[in-house]
Design a protein around this ligand. Structure first.
Ligand code: SF4
Ligand code: SF4
Length: 428
């Protein structure tokens, strides 16, 4: 068996890159002929009353399967629905893919503008949960336990990626507006803005938030690490940030909320970092739903046989297998690896070299943990070897001499355990 971890692209730097004040201007990706929106629900079984091939949709329109309550997605284009099909995501998550044959101009749906007259949390959640940065607003609408703190993170969670920090540094007015909207709509006064390294200096006193500097070293911007740095504790099995009273949100998400309420138009443009085969970095702006292929074409990047496409950065990204894969609300980076640069992992056993243990920022006995996870003994891995201290940085996978896909094992284990943990335990 050969599995494919994403590392192997370039020698990583072990500090996040902090953008200089000379911000690169993102390249705007032209409107594609076809775009695909992912509705987070399984297709059918009854035919959709709303999503029919041939139906014209407007930019900013909220698309649902039927008239009942349920998930929605916002159309980022004006055009006609040309296909509705099932799509599988990571770990078997099920989506309905809505393909739109786009028109070359926008006709904006007016419902959000109307709702802005009396803004409230439910409206924000309905229209902005799928905005750039994926604001987790639904978690605020009916939380299991009251949320009293919102942590906005201004850095990016992977090496070589600048998207979130770019938005924080260039759209400060939108972020500031977003903070005010969140305070008003939620009543939550405790908002912490965590910014990496020296980027802190420019922001102290600028925002209506408690600005905290976090270390610039990888992986200090991972939410699990931020949680530890800010609150001094880790999450145990079955716990989530939300049932600890904390909601994490990206700066780009807050900017999208602020910009949408200020302009009365749902934000649809996503900022992405693109890393090409030569290791060059490009900043682009593309609408949610734009296929990766359109972005590559805009940048003049061509794919050869067996090159690899990755959603995300070099440490934690996930391989995707089609240029048709659309930009999603949380797609911060796209990476292209040349076939010759790809380091395949193998099913070689652990040789107990200890490299993963030495590099792990959470001081986990990774060599022991991986034995249980490989055998599918997830609960034992959690109980005996501290699975939940893992911040999912990918450093262990990077240094493993046996090329074991350790991070993939860890993510799968947490996913499987989250599916089985009893609700009452999660509430403790
Ligand atoms: S186990 Fe691996 S992925 Fe998890 S924190 Fe340690 S080095 Fe990072
Ligand atoms: S780095 Fe890989 S081979 Fe070495 S101890 Fe860790 S899991 Fe085993």
């Amino acid at each position: 068996m050969l599995s494919k971890p994403v590392f192997g692209y370039a020698k990583p730097k072990f500090s996040y890159e902090l953008l200089s004040t000379a911000f690169p201007r993102p390249v705007t990706v032209p409107r594609p002929a076809q775009a695909t929106l992912l509705l987070p629900r399984e297709i059918g079984p009854a035919p959709s009353t709303k999503l029919k091939v041939g139906t014209r949709v407007l930019t900013g329109q909220r698309l649902t399967w039927d008239d009942g309550p349920g998930p929605s997605v916002i159309s980022s284009f004006t055009g006609k629905i040309s296909a509705v099909a099932p799509q599988l995501g990571d770990y078997g998550r099920k989506y309905t893919a809505i393909t739109i044959a786009t028109e070359n101009r926008d006709e904006w749906d007016g419902a959000f503008a109307q709702a802005c007259g009396q803004i409230n949390l439910a409206t924000l959640a309905d229209y902005l949960s799928g905005a750039p940065g994926a604001p987790p607003l639904a978690k605020l609408v009916s939380p299991q336990k009251p949320i009293d703190t919102i942590v906005i993170y201004g850095g990016d969670t992977d090496l070589l990626v600048d998207s979130n920090l770019y938005v924080l540094k260039t759209r400060t007015d939108a972020v500031e507006k977003g903070i005010h909207v969140l305070k008003e709509a939620t009543g939550i006064e405790k908002i912490i803005l965590a910014v990496p390294g020296e980027s802190f200096q420019n922001f102290d006193g600028h925002f209506a938030a408690d600005v905290r500097s976090v270390p610039n070293s990888y992986p200090s911007a991972q939410p699990l690490m931020l949680f530890y740095q800010i609150f001094g504790r880790i999450l145990n099995q079955g716990q989530s940030f939300e049932n600890q009273g904390v909601l994490f949100m990206r700066a780009e998400a807050v900017a999208a909320i602020g910009a949408a309420v200020a302009s009365r138009q749902v934000a649809v443009e996503k900022v992405l970092t693109v890393l090409d085969k030569q290791g060059n970095k490009h900043m682009v702006s593309a609408r949610i739903g734009t296929p990766i292929g359109s972005i590559l074409q805009t940048l003049g990047i061509t794919l050869e046989d067996r090159d690899r496409l990755i959603f995300g950065g070099p440490m934690t990204g996930t391989a995707v297998y089609s240029e048709e894969q659309p930009v999603q609300a949380d797609t911060d980076a796209i990476m292209v690896q040349a076939a010759a640069e790809i380091i395949l992992s193998s099913d070689y056993p652990c040789i107990n070299c200890g490299e993963c243990v030495r590099i792990c920022p959470s001081h986990i006995a990774v060599n022991m943990l991986v034995r249980f996870l490989e055998a599918g003994q997830y609960q034992e891995g959690a109980d005996l070897y501290d699975l939940y201290s893992c911040v999912e940085c990918g450093l262990c996978s990077m240094v493993c001499v046996s090329r074991m896909p350790i991070l993939q094992y860890i993510k799968l284990a947490k996913y499987e355990l989250a599916r089985t943990v009893p609700a009452e335990e999660a509430n403790e």
